[in-house]
Design a protein around this ligand. Structure first.
Ligand SMILES: Cc1cc2nc3c(=O)[nH]c(=O)nc-3n(C[C@H](O)[C@H](O)[C@H](O)COP(=O)(O)O)c2cc1C
Length: 185
């Protein structure tokens, strides 16, 4: 099972990047989780460019999304929404269609007590309209600065919730493979 992870934050000390690193730690071969490198390198979405000369970096992202069995997205909350960098990446993915029917698990980590609820709601709306199969349960991590150290989650209850989210994702991927008649690795 190949999971592609996207992080909505470019910050070096990002709490959301820590969520993805901790998720990668929980994967054992042959299952793998790859964290998509720096979404900030993508150009701003432009429909003219998409039609005339799709940037290679976008084609590569679309190919990695297409090759994945499922996705894990960790988003910060900025001004009650997701980040511009993540929205931009999703805009490039609309036209490719690779995300359609893809199981997607969502997480948000925030220093606030609300745990990024509004960012996840916003993201759910966008991903749903793109045809993704967003998992009904997502992971909210409020007061996340207390739960992350050295770029990884250290809070046991949060790690347990993360494991549960990844289990849900595995079940969703297995369901899709069963429908397609592909054996689950
Ligand atoms: C421009 C800006 C807007 C923000 N808006 C919100 C917000 O609406 N709600 C919230 O809970 N946190 C908000 N925050 C705090 C972020 O959630 C916090 O910086 C978080 O750590 C960012 O995620 P990261 O650690 O993955 O980079 C905002 C931060 C910035 C810089």
């Amino acid at each position: 099972m190949k999971i592609l992870a996207l992080c909505g934050s470019l910050r070096s000390e990002s709490l959301n990047a820590a969520v993805l690193r901790s998720a990668a730690d929980l994967f054992v071969p042959p299952w793998e989780l790859t964290i998509e490198p720096d979404l900030g390198r993508l150009p701003f979405f432009n429909a003219d460019v998409e039609e005339t000369a799709l940037p290679e970096i976008v084609a590569e992202l679309r190919a990695r999304v297409g090759a994945s069995d499922g996705m894990l997205i960790a988003t910060p909350e900025y001004a009650h929404g997701t980040s511009g960098v993540l929205k931009n990446a999703l805009e490039w993915l609309v036209g490719g269609g690779e995300i359609a029917a893809k199981p997607v698990a969502l997480a948000s980590a925030s220093p606030a007590i609300t745990g990024g609820d509004r960012a996840r709601a916003w993201l759910t709306e966008t991903l749903t309209v793109m045809g993704a199969s967003v998992l009904p349960d997502s992971l909210r991590i409020p007061q996340a600065t207390r739960k992350v150290r050295d770029g990884h989650i250290t809070d046991e209850p949060t790690l347990k919730e993360l494991r549960e989210l990844l289990d849900d994702l595995a079940v969703a991927v297995a369901g899709i493979r069963e429908k397609e008649g592909t054996p689950t690795a």
